[in-house]
Ligand binder design. Structure first.
Ligand code: PRP
Length: 205
């Protein structure tokens, strides 16, 4: 049996739809249940940012998670396949009408992606004071908590409706199929068979 960690929300739904296509059966979590056993798989419904932890500690053999989260966590995991779903960008945002003031001794950056932000600004040799937040990042510059934000942009609606604009794109992201390195050795046949089947469905799209 393969255990698969899925991030709650649209990516989990789209991944289960791929499994439905492959196996021609329904994969559907009951109401608030977080585990689904079906067709020889055990699916776990976890928070997006927690998928790498479940796979790293082998509580799940494989998982689906955004490249942005993989870059942020930088764990020793196998990246098997780009699923081409959950597309988004990690961007630097600022209030409309403002520009980054590079003369400031320390740029205040609010983000939930501390490592990505740190790496990005250190490459540009910009000194930053990073303020770690857990959500609603777009609010921070509006109330003076920061100068800029580093956040995920999907449609751009949240930034727009809060009077922010994208000034730089740090990376493009989409959801990847990942595997635990030991699981990949122990369950190589199961995982590679699934890998090819998922690959076929993606190509059809
Ligand atoms: C992300 C991100 C933005 C929003 C961007 O938050 O942090 O707030 O989505 O989407 P948009 O460009 O389509 O408006 P998410 O919904 O993942 O919630 P979170 O803040 O709780 O992580």
């Amino acid at each position: 049996m393969l255990t698969v960690a899925l991030p709650k929300g649209r990516i989990a739904d789209e991944t289960l739809a791929i499994f439905e296509k492959i196996f021609n059966r329904s994969f559907c979590f009951d109401d608030r249940k977080l585990i689904l056993e079906e067709g020889g798989f055990r699916f776990l419904l976890v928070r997006n940012q927690d998928v790498p932890a479940y796979v790293l500690h082998q509580s799940a053999d494989i998982g689906v998670v955004g490249l942005d989260v993989l870059e942020e966590k930088d764990e020793d995991l196998l990246r098997l396949l780009d699923l081409n779903i959950g597309k988004c960008k990690v961007c630097v945002g600022i209030q409309e009408g403002k520009e980054i003031d590079y003369t400031t001794p320390e740029l205040k950056v609010a983000t939930k992606m501390v490592n990505i932000a740190q790496k990005y600004f250190s490459k540009k040799a910009v000194a930053v004071d990073i303020i770690k937040l857990y959500g609603s990042i777009e609010l921070a510059p509006l109330v003076g908590l920061c100068d800029v934000i580093v956040d995920v942009v999907e449609t751009g609606a949240t930034m727009k409706q809060n009077g922010l604009k994208v000034i730089e794109t740090i990376m493009e992201s989409s959801a990847y199929l990942i595997a635990n390195k030991n699981s990949f050795i122990e369950k190589k046949e199961e995982i590679t068979t699934l890998y090819y089947k998922i690959g076929d469905v993606i190509k059809e799209k």
